[in-house]
Design a protein around this ligand. Sequence first.
Ligand code: AMP
Ligand code: GLY
Length: 428
Amino acid sequence: MQEEPVRILILGGGGREHALYIACKASPRCGGVVVAPGNGGIPAEDCREVDLENVSAVVDCARAERAGLVIVGPEAPLALGVADALRAEGFDVYGPGEVGARLEASKAHCKAFLDRQGIPTAAYERFIDADAAFAHLRAGSGPVVVKASGLAAGKGVFVCADRAEAEAAVREVMVDRVFGASGAEVVIEECLEGPEVSIMVMVSKSGYVCLPPSQDHKRAGEGDTGPNTGGMGAYAPAAVVTPELKDRIDRTIIAPSVEGLAREGIDYRGTLYIGLMLTREGPKVLEFNVRFGDPECQVLLPLCAHDPLDLMLRCARGETLPAEVAARGETAAVIVVAAKGYPGAYAKGEAIRLPADVPANVQIVHAGTRRDQDGALLSAGGRVLGVVARGADLAQATADAYAVCDRIDWPGRYFRRDIGWRQLQAEK
Ligand code: AMP
Ligand code: GLY
């Protein structure tokens, strides 16, 4: 049966949203895509100026575009209930409502959910009072992790080697309020050790499918040093997740999470991003996000042998999903090309010239870019571009991506040279 083509509205303007735009455009089910606000990689006629934190403006935009599906990229509009407002007007939405989005918007809420469902995670305490948090730190010893409970663009987590560092983190978050109201509550948890992986689970009313496990690189510096960022590069599938381990993660973490959502009356339709640490005692949850990872999305969509738009439509409509999503037998890597100084202060408005020709297995995805009146490309954010490559293995994928990174003409760029280093060492 021939399905009606669907008009799509994507909310967001980062690399993830450009990758979603590319995947939707390539789908046989696509009847047009617009992105709000979009970025310099998306043709201007497909971009719309909308304030994503203004829920009624988003609903007006979906109406004006006669959207058959709205895909919500980032967490902030989800936390504000944009998906609920759209659904109330009859739109199909890929992304959870406000209650589901609390799993990311409040780390304290997420930890309580994990406890209620008996899902393995780091031991923790939560505090709304700074003095109580300081007292807790004085009573303990050894490394801890201090987390601002609210949204902090991936920057509100401090892995602290000792008490002095932990006290400084609590001061920054709760007293100095560097993340504003997001620091009204902190979670202080046990420091876990082991390799990290993420699994994006696409959840429909009646089931879920997992995309291949991926590994992000959150630190700004090579060798995983320096401050945390939104993510400096990623690859998938992460070979550290063997089929046996995937089964265990499914049994102890993924299935109980999705079933727990249903048990708690949450009709979750969208991506559940499960951040995991593979500890000696087994896999444990570090965090949930309620949307695709950025930059993980950029490698997962090209690996998906099943049309991603079809999967998102099925989730949004609460339809059944295929039991498994076939992955192409390849590895994909993305190198994030950032502005020098990110995640601290950096310049904007710098001219960027991209190579005119890139190999067929490589794609340049835009994030913080814009066009000037003449159509010239300018930097406009911290994470500016992502160079995505597919290859037979990780060594080939990263080599092909780096060859293109080196041909980007922009003196103000910075990227890590070691994306995938753990797996590359193991492949040798
Ligand atoms: P989150 O946003 O909660 O995933 O935290 C960001 C990063 O901090 C994670 O990707 C980990 O590298 C690190 N992290 C978070 N929680 C812990 C923990 N309990 N133990 C060790 N590292 C952690
Ligand atoms: N790359 C990590 C995230 O999207 O949260």
